[in-house]
Ligand binder design. Structure first.
Ligand code: CP
Length: 308
């Protein structure tokens, strides 16, 4: 049986192109499973997983939990806001106490970049990064690529993907850049200069400040949320002004001489980075991304568990 090159999923940066193909092929099988009348397989029935979330989440946490249950794993959920972290317990103590209850794998979201990498050096269990601060969100990038391939009906070699919005604070952007480049796609980032990391061009991406030019260039626009919760200073004068210069609406898309695919990882700031007339249109595959997230996460969990 083919297997992944890594024990953990800490970031897309560590994966090979072969790992990506293996995850997508495995996700195809699980997508078929979750569309059957009985949406469950016994693959992880001897595995116990903990979803350890130190940051808020709707899609990622529920999608992982559902993926684990569809694979028949035993699941426990930890949320830092209602835990003894509030009494001063450290990350490592918290996770070691969870592992003492005979947990095999950890899915973790944390606000500090590198937190899952730190854990991987101190514990034996497999770790899956469900988003570490502004660093990486590997399963989001995997489900994004899977959804692009599904809509296009082909792989992503030579395709042009524009990532538009708050690149500076986005873990989705970095994971997508790595994933897309490993599949031979061309990547552009677009946003106000204040929301683009200073050395982003060194990753081999095109940089564009004009959203209309980005839309004209791309086959797919992956639109990112303005992350106000991570912004300690003002990066643009107002949300109204951001929306005026960078918000994407149907009129802009209709003025292009082609039909591009529009994506968003969620949660959407409606009327800021994306208008409802785009978010709810047939050009947007936002809910397909969410649906595919379960199959892709089943694939990741299954492939990592089979390396145990
Ligand atoms: N896309 C994403 O990570 O959403 P959540 O923050 O709701 O998990």
């Amino acid at each position: 049986m083919e297997e992944l090159s890594t024990k953990h999923l800490l970031g897309i940066k560590d994966l090979t192109p072969q790992d990506l193909e293996l995850i997508f092929e495995t996700a195809d099988n699980f997508k078929e499973v979750i569309n059957r009348p009985i949406r469950k397989v016994p693959s992880l029935r001897d595995i116990t997983l903990a979803n350890v979330f130190f940051e808020n989440s709707t899609r990622t946490r529920l999608s992982f939990e559902l993926a684990e249950k569809r694979l028949s794993a035993d699941v426990i959920n930890f949320s830092s806001s209602s835990s003894s972290v509030k009494k001063g317990e450290t990350l490592l103590d918290t996770v070691n106490n969870i592992l003492a209850m005979k947990v095999d794998m950890i899915v973790m979201r944390h606000s500090s970049p590198g937190a899952p990498h730190f854990l991987s050096q101190h514990i034996d269990a497999n770790i899956i990064n469900a988003g570490d601060g502004t660093h990486e969100h590997p399963t989001q990038a995997l489900l994004d690529s899977y959804s692009m391939r599904e809509r296009l009906g082909t792989d992503l070699a030579g395709k042009k993907v524009a990532i538009i919005g708050d690149i500076l604070h986005s873990r989705v952007a970095l994971s997508n850049i790595f994933a897309l480049q490993k599949q031979g796609a061309e990547v552009m980032v677009c946003g106000p200069i204040t929301l683009l990391p200073k050395y982003i061009a060194e990753l081999g991406v095109k940089v564009e400040l004009d959203v209309r030019k980005a839309l004209e260039w791309c086959d797919i626009a992956n639109v990112l949320r303005i992350q106000l919760e991570r912004q300690q200073i003002k990066y643009f004068p107002s949300l109204r002004e951001y929306s005026l210069y960078y918000g994407i609406n149907k009129k802009m898309l209709d003025s292009l001489n082609k039909e591009i695919i529009v994506m968003h990882p969620g949660p959407i700031n409606r009327g800021v980075e994306l208008n409802s007339d785009v978010a709810d249109s047939d050009q947007a595959i936002i809910l397909d991304q969410v649906e595919n997230g379960v199959a892709v996460r089943m694939a990741v969990l299954y492939l990592l568990a089979s390396k145990r």
